[in-house]
Design a protein around this ligand. Structure first.
Ligand code: ADP
Ligand code: MG
Length: 272
């Protein structure tokens, strides 16, 4: 099963993706996590370091794709999870989306896209253009990480629109939104309902989740030495199990930018 995790920058995609990767591994699945954000820190909590990016490796080989082996770009981390980082061009030059498309093409040529039970693409989703939409061509499901605020849901609606568009030519389905870093999810639920979708999990804001990520660990690994943290792994397990059940996904009905604006402002003002 291939999953694309989208969401606005800084919303918690990589934290969520890494913890989901471990949840799948704990269910005895072989897992590949592909960081598709030029920030190239997606797999840091799994690999425990910033691994060389596919772009860096290709540059070392003067962009001779034939000279790249699996071992040059795929690194094994916690629980045997395989890690790849696409990387990005130097700031101000080149196109980060293009790099994502090239990395996925390279992994496909190396046979890596058919070698795992679960592949997670962790993709920046402020704008789903060009290369950033390539993972959708390979995916079974798209999932959006959002928090209960206007900016993240505005981005989420745009991502849902991109998924619906790709869904016309590819098998990808929208599985729903994961609410992250929030105690309330009324706005997320409202948008989910209007998209004919659902909120598939709620992960609260928790300082241990933040510090574990900064320390290069998932909450699962942190919980090995602090049993009080085990409860924090549960939402990730529940989301992974839900996705493993091959949920049916309804056709999404993305709203126009103006409709999202009115929906969210109406709810906010009704709550005051
Ligand atoms: P993204 O990949 O979307 O850019 P990150 O996963 O890097 O976002 O997360 C951004 C910041 O938010 C990090 O410092 C991370 O530790 C923190 N974070 C993510 N999820 C949570 C959470 N549920 N509780 C507390 N902090 C979180
Ligand atoms: Mg990230």
């Amino acid at each position: 099963m291939k999953l694309v995790i989208y969401g606005k920058g800084g919303i918690g995609k990589s934290t969520t993706t890494s913890n989901l990767a471990v949840a799948f591994a704990r269910r005895k699945k072989s897992v590949l996590q592909i960081g598709c954000d030029p920030k190239h820190d997606s797999t840091f909590p799994i690999a425990h370091s910033l691994i060389p990016t596919a772009t860096e490796v290709l540059a070392e080989k003067d962009f001779n794709y034939d000279e790249v082996d699996k071992d040059d770009i795929i690194f094994t981390g916690y629980e045997g999870i395989a890690c790849v980082e696409a990387g990005g061009p130097a700031a101000g030059v080149g196109c980060a989306g293009y790099v994502v498309g090239e990395t996925i093409g390279l992994l496909s040529d190396l046979g890596a896209l058919t070698a795992y039970d679960i592949i997670l693409f962790d993709v920046l989703g402020d704008v789903v253009c060009g290369g950033f939409s390539v993972p959708l061509q390979h995916a079974d499901y798209a999932v959006i990480v959002a928090t209960n605020d206007f900016d993240s849901l505005f981005a989420a609606n745009r991502i849902a629109a991109a998924v619906a568009q790709k869904g016309k030519s590819y098998p990808v389905k929208f599985a729903g939104m994961i609410a992250n870093r929030c105690s309330k999810k009324d706005l997320i639920d409202a948008l989910s309902a209007r998209l004919d979708s659902k909120t598939i999990g709620l992960i609260e804001e928790n300082s241990s989740i933040r510090t574990s990520r900064l320390g290069g660990k998932t909450i699962f690994e942190a919980a090995e030495s602090d049993p009080a943290l085990v409860a924090l792994t549960m939402p990730y397990i529940e989301i992974a199990d839900y996705l493993l059940s091959n949920p049916a996904a309804q056709e999404t009905l993305p709203l126009s930018d103006r409709e999202v604006f009115s929906l969210l402002t109406e709810i906010e003002s009704a709550a005051k």
